[in-house]
Design a protein around this ligand. Structure first.
Ligand SMILES: NC(=O)c1ccc[n+]([C@@H]2O[C@H](COP(=O)([O-])OP(=O)(O)OC[C@H]3O[C@@H](n4cnc5c(N)ncnc54)[C@H](O)[C@@H]3O)[C@@H](O)[C@H]2O)c1
Length: 249
């Protein structure tokens, strides 16, 4: 499949996990890709791997929660490639904390990266995506669909991403711009391998949304993102696709 031939994709969270797997999947399918992330060396390594697959790929250092950096990242992408066809907002952070012990600083940081960052990237990208009649794929989570313990800000942000994306779908759909969300769960990446539960946490509460024995690799989420960003999903707008091995079924 070469679904991204002549397509320009800007993807945040490209240094690691699902974002990196998506870059490589799209590179194999012919995309030109701007890889954005806060991790300077790791995002350059992703772009290098994409180039080795034959893609025209650049690495851009970007903190998505910065209004200046998000706008500059879109600008640099369009300056380099001349257009933008797909914006994939994959960057995210996660930690677990008892809600009554949650600091406001951590709440603000999590909302800033996981929700405000999506808004800032979309705000900057939409004028270009309207020109190309392109699409947006935003990263939500199964935590937006069902109660998720110890992740007050994370779940709130991911629920916000779902609502925000549905709004974009209606606001811009008739102008040819599609917007959809992906809700993964139990995907093996640094975000899930490094997490630490609060002391005394009852793991069974988490198993409901994240079965700890049913993890799969990031390529399983990458394939869903690539599908939504491709013309195979031309009739899909305002949808969310769960990709969690059936945990919420
Ligand atoms: N792994 C899962 O099971 C799972 C489940 C649901 C949702 N998600 C979501 O998938 C997305 C990707 O996560 P992952 O599992 O690949 O984890 P990951 O930690 O491997 O990747 C997250 C990436 O986001 C980048 N990032 C963090 N803060 C950033 C910022 N301010 N600006 C730009 N980049 C930033 C990190 O550097 C990293 O490269 C996240 O939004 C996460 O919430 C993952």
């Amino acid at each position: 499949m070469r679904r991204f031939e002549d397509r320009v994709v800007l993807l945040t969270g490209a240094a690691s996990g699902i974002g990196k797997a998506t870059v490589l999947r799209m590179a194999e399918e012919g995309a030109s890709i701007a890889c954005a992330d806060v991790q300077v060396e790791a995002v350059e390594a992703t772009a290098e791997e994409a180039r080795a697959l034959g893609a025209d790929a650049i690495a851009l250092t970007c903190d998505v929660s910065s209004r200046e950096e998000s706008a500059a990242t879109v600008q640099k992408t369009v300056e380099h490639f001349g257009r933008l066809d797909s914006l994939c907002n994959i960057a995210g952070i996660l930690y677990f904390e008892n809600t009554h012990q949650h600091s406001l600083e951590k709440w603000d940081q999590l909302i800033a990266v996981n929700l405000t960052g999506v808004f800032l990237m979309c705000r900057a990208g939409i004028p270009h995506l309207l020109e190309s009649k392109g699409n947006i794929v935003n990263m939500s989570s199964t935590s937006a669909l069902r109660g998720n313990p110890w992740t007050a800000a994370y779940a709130a942000a991911k629920g916000g991403v779902l609502s925000f994306t549905r709004g974009l779908a209606v606001e811009y759909g008739k102008q040819g711009l599609r917007s959809n969300s992906v809700c993964p769960g139990s995907v093996s990446t640094p975000i899930t391998s490094a997490f630490k539960l609060p002391d005394g946490a009852d793991v069974a509460l988490l198993q409901r949304v994240m079965p700890l024995d049913e993890f799969r690799g990031p390529e399983y989420a990458a394939s869903v993102i690539a599908f939504l960003a491709s013309d195979d999903a031309a009739h899909i707008n305002g949808a969310e696709i769960r990709c969690d091995g059936g945990a919420l079924s």
